[in-house]
Design a protein around this ligand. Structure first.
Ligand code: HEC
Ligand code: HEC
Ligand code: HEC
Ligand code: HEC
Ligand code: HEC
Ligand code: HEC
Length: 405
């Protein structure tokens, strides 16, 4: 019975973190593949996301290795040959031409594919943090969740073992004492002769209530675990009405985030830019690399018809929480990527952080206040300097009323 619900519990705290083991790929080949991918393919491909070209995950299921090698060597040749799959893909990606790589050997291409397969197994969450050293507090805390589950199970197993050992020890002791019965006093004999009845113990109220409590505790924990992840939209990346690309604008053309998100340094909201800002450039720039004139025509049409674009909101805290951009970006000196990830590599914006209360609080516990050029903090920091850096938590960053209306 215990074993039954132990095994039930083992399956609970995983929160979908199990990672299927990579199918025995040679790590050296995967590493070489990773390098080649980084150098040649990364500009246009990602494993889990559509970039300029398709997401490469599942490629080994869609195509045979020979086809992949030919396509990478000279994709235009494959398309020109009339291969229906290639033609359809080419049209689907707006006739974007994939560069040819005649210099890559067949083995090298196989290694790239091995790398893709390896990454596939790791799941998309990994991908979000693979490129850069962004803060991974979220992952760390997820892991902790997993560990505390394992620790709990270990504790239970140890307790059961101790119980069994006690019972064994008791019976050995009794037998030993029985041998020397004559020498014992009457009171001692009574104790020794007491019957230890396992059935009786199991049926006793004490035992039943302990089992009951453990069971309820485990059930509560499982509910809590799942509840923590209700409403968490980490990884959410909706398709937008206009194929606006941060990778192109903020990455390739290095347009400053503030140029469009004009509120970040001034107030609570970062703001989504109005079409006026787009038209500063797009009255002149009429075609783009992925969609030719189509993509920008959408911008111009919307502008001319005076219709605001219905951008799909990606990040959204519930109304009960207050978050202010200027406080973090301007006063705190935190970079966008700490919270939003590498937006400048995203073709489509994806929610990088969980945006849970635990996430806010964790950072407030760990991050020191930015005292640079801030006379307001000078005195405080001086007083505090002996105790190490002044954390946000210590200036009230954990007070409910600071974040809740
Ligand atoms: C300049 C951008 C670009 C680069 C660089 C690039 N690709 Fe592509 N790739 C594309 C596009 C676009 C497509 C979609 C087909 C088309 O439009 O020709 C594609 C399609 C593919 C496909 C077929 C995908 C599918 O879902 O069937 C494979 C496989 C592929 N690329 C592999 C690679 C590899 C491996 C590299 C690096 C050695 C690479 N690509 C580099 C743009 C690129
Ligand atoms: C040329 C204008 C422009 C620039 C430059 C720009 N953005 Fe954006 N950003 C937009 C538009 C338009 C949207 C709404 C459409 C979308 O989500 O892709 C957006 C959306 C976002 C969102 C998601 C908003 C939501 O709905 O939750 C974030 C986060 C963001 N941008 C961050 C950044 C960061 C960080 C930079 C700098 C690296 C940056 N942006 C640079 C125009 C811009
Ligand atoms: C500072 C100048 C600038 C601003 C502001 C700007 N863009 Fe662009 N945009 C560009 C450039 C440069 C290109 C790429 C042209 C090229 O490479 O051929 C481009 C390309 C595009 C494309 C075509 C993408 C493709 O792959 O075909 C779209 C769609 C687009 N922009 C939408 C927007 C929207 C929506 C806004 C406003 C939120 C905006 N742009 C603001 C400079 C700008
Ligand atoms: C401390 C973490 C943090 C930093 C740093 C940060 N953001 Fe945000 N951002 C958020 C949160 C949380 C939201 C959701 C706010 C909400 O729903 O009220 C958000 C929302 C947004 C949005 C959606 C529209 C809005 O105003 O709510 C945009 C655009 C955005 N951020 C851009 C940026 C840019 C650009 C930077 C860098 C200059 C930046 N952010 C820095 C946490 C951060
Ligand atoms: C990446 C770290 C980080 C994250 C994530 C973060 N904060 Fe902060 N927060 C800071 C820093 C640093 C400051 C201190 C700014 C200063 O005054 O120097 C701060 C200050 C604040 C303050 C003002 C506290 C005070 O006493 O003046 C509020 C309110 C706040 N944050 C709310 C939030 C909320 C809500 C979230 C989550 C949605 C959040 N923060 C997520 C780093 C973070
Ligand atoms: C640093 C900012 C911050 C502080 C401090 C903070 N909260 Fe929150 N709290 C949040 C955010 C952000 C959310 C929304 C999280 C979500 O949607 O997952 C939230 C959500 C909640 C919720 C709703 C949970 C839900 O699932 O809807 C409650 C209740 C709550 N907080 C209570 C408190 C109490 C009580 C305190 C003081 C001990 C406190 N909070 C301190 C940021 C904060």
């Amino acid at each position: 019975m215990l074993l039954l619900f132990l095994s039930l519990f083992v399956s609970l705290p995983s929160n979908g973190q199990e990672k299927p083991a990579a199918a025995g790929a040679d790590p050296e080949k995967v590493a070489e593949g990773a390098k080649l991918f980084e150098a040649n393919c990364k500009a246009c491909h990602a494993v889990h996301d559509v970039v300029v070209g398709p997401a490469l995950k599942g490629i080994t299921k869609r195509r045979q290795i020979g086809w992949i090698v030919n396509f990478v060597h000279n994709s235009q040749k494959v398309i020109a040959s009339g291969d229906p799959y290639a033609v359809e893909l080419y049209n689907k990606f707006g006739k974007a031409e994939m560069k040819s790589f005649p210099e890559l050997s067949e083995d090298q291409i196989k290694n790239i594919v091995a790398y893709v397969v390896e990454e596939e197994g790791k799941g998309p969450a990994k991908k979000a943090t693979a490129g850069e050293e962004t803060t991974t507090t979220t992952e760390a805390s997820n892991d902790e969740g997993g560990y505390s589950g394992i620790i709990l199970i270990l504790i239970i197993i140890v307790l059961v073992l101790v119980l069994v050992m006690l019972v064994v020890f008791l019976s050995v002791l009794k037998r030993y004492l029985k041998d020397k019965e004559e020498k014992l006093t009457e009171a001692d004999q009574e104790i020794v002769n007491q019957k230890f009845d396992v059935i009786k113990v199991i049926k006793s109220k004490g035992f039943l209530s302990i089992v009951g409590i453990i069971f309820v505790a485990l059930a509560l924990r499982a509910c809590w675990n799942n509840m923590l992840y209700v409403g968490v939209d980490q990884g959410y990346a909706p398709i937008q009405p206009i194929p606006f690309s941060h990778k192109l604008h903020a990455g390739q053309y290095k347009i400053d985030c503030n140029y469009c998100h004009t509120g970040v340094t001034k107030g609570k909201q970062a703001n989504i830019p109005s079409l006026n800002i787009c038209m500063n450039c797009h009255t002149h720039i009429k075609s783009g690399p992925r969609f030719g004139q189509d993509g920008i025509a959408k911008v111009v049409d919307a502008y001319n018809s005076n219709k605001p674009v219905k951008w799909v909101r990606v990040h959204n805290l519930p109304d009960l929480a207050y978050f202010n951009h200027a406080q973090h970006v301007q006063v705190g000196g935190i970079e966008c990527k700490t919270c939003h990830g590498q937006i400048d590599t995203m073709e489509v914006v994806r929610q990088h952080s969980p945006l849970t209360m635990g996430w806010c609080i964790n950072c407030h516990r760990e991050t020191a206040v930015n005292g640079k050029d801030n006379a307001y903090y000078d005195k405080l920091m001086e007083l505090h300097s002996k105790k190490g850096p002044l954390k946000v938590a210590e200036i009230g960053g954990l007070e409910c009323s600071k974040c809740h209306y």
